[in-house]
Design a protein around this ligand. Sequence first.
Ligand code: IMP
Ligand code: MG
Length: 184
Amino acid sequence: MKKTSIDPRIDKVLFTQEQLEEKIFELSQWVNKTYKNSSNLIIIGLLKGCLPFYAQLIKTIDVDFVSDFMITSSYGGKDKSSGNVKIILDLVNNIEGCDVLIVEDIVDTARTMTKVVSILKSRNPQSLKVLTLLNKPSNRVVEFEPDNYGFLIKKDDFVVGFGFDWDEKMRQLPYIGTIKKTIV
Ligand code: IMP
Ligand code: MG
């Protein structure tokens, strides 16, 4: 049964469960097309934000692939986007010679993604692409374009739900929404 009530801390629902499912289905078809000739695909999820997106995406992927995950974290200050990205949990697999697809929740300033891409490229994959559910190009501090994305969001939208957290909470909401200004 689908959950219909909206959390009272939510200001506005930006993407409903149905909209997310429809978009993620489209993205899975892009993965199938992009990697139809690949024999060594590794799909890397960046935990923890990727979880609902990753789980939904792989249900309709019909090419063979290996799942792997990383946890990265910014450090050197309170700001989540301080720019110093550290690996907290590394991959299990060696990606040398593999087709690597990174699955991320959001590319915002792009500090995280540029660091992750440069770390993974140094391990000599055959190819490396980035798929992100949300893209906030107006907030970049470094130039970066994902290979594909689900939805664009505005600079001022701080989102929660469907993997996105506020202080590590609210990731379980089945939709994505903005949080009330009185909460943050
Ligand atoms: P970056 O600014 O592109 O390096 O993004 C860093 C990380 O901040 C993302 O991977 C998300 O986990 C988190 N983040 C960025 N924007 C939001 C948001 O609107 N809500 C929740 N987390 C966010
Ligand atoms: Mg993230």
